[in-house]
Design a protein around this ligand. Structure first.
Ligand code: ZN
Length: 63
């Protein structure tokens, strides 16, 4: 079960501290994984980015 919960902390995308952030997924660097958090504005940007990426994949011809 996935629980989406807002907390106050640092946004990993715009790096602004002390604002409402939500878990966006695990971030792995050099084999170490940490939970990533983002603010509402960055979540909205991420949604658009993921949507555009998905459309790009849909446009690829099937091999
Ligand atoms: Zn942000």
């Amino acid at each position: 079960m996935t629980v989406t919960r807002w907390a106050v902390g640092l946004c990993w995308l715009c790096r602004k501290p002390n604002q409402p952030v939500i878990f966006i997924g695990p971030v792995t660097v050099n084999g170490v994984t940490a939970p990533g958090f983002a603010c509402a504005g960055c979540c909205e940007w991420s949604r658009r980015y993921v949507s555009a990426y998905t459309h790009q994949l849909d446009a690829c011809p099937a091999s």
